[in-house]
Write a protein that binds this ligand. Structure first.
Ligand SMILES: [Zn+2]
Length: 80
């Protein structure tokens, strides 16, 4: 059983078609496809519990990081 954070679940829901769009099969979590997402700072594949930085003033509004350290480093890099 895969445990998922709320952020991960929200990301999954936002990037996959609604279950009712695929009536012939049960919605399944395709972990391999989700693995494509990488930390935006160090470019490592995101772990199951990753950090999301939301800034509605930026496009895209959501940025994903493997750790709090990467998220903070990325934020500081933006300010310089
Ligand atoms: Zn990282």
């Amino acid at each position: 059983m895969i445990s998922m954070s709320d952020d991960f679940l929200e990301f999954y829901i936002n990037t996959h078609p609604a279950p009712q769009a695929m009536p012939d099969r049960m919605p399944k979590i395709d972990v391999k496809r989700l693995d494509i997402k990488r930390c935006e700072f160090c470019n490592k594949p995101l772990p199951k519990k990753f950090k999301v930085h939301v800034n509605i003033c930026q496009e895209p509004t959501k940025h994903r990081f493997c750790s709090r350290e990467c998220k903070e480093s990325w934020c500081y890099g933006f300010m310089n």
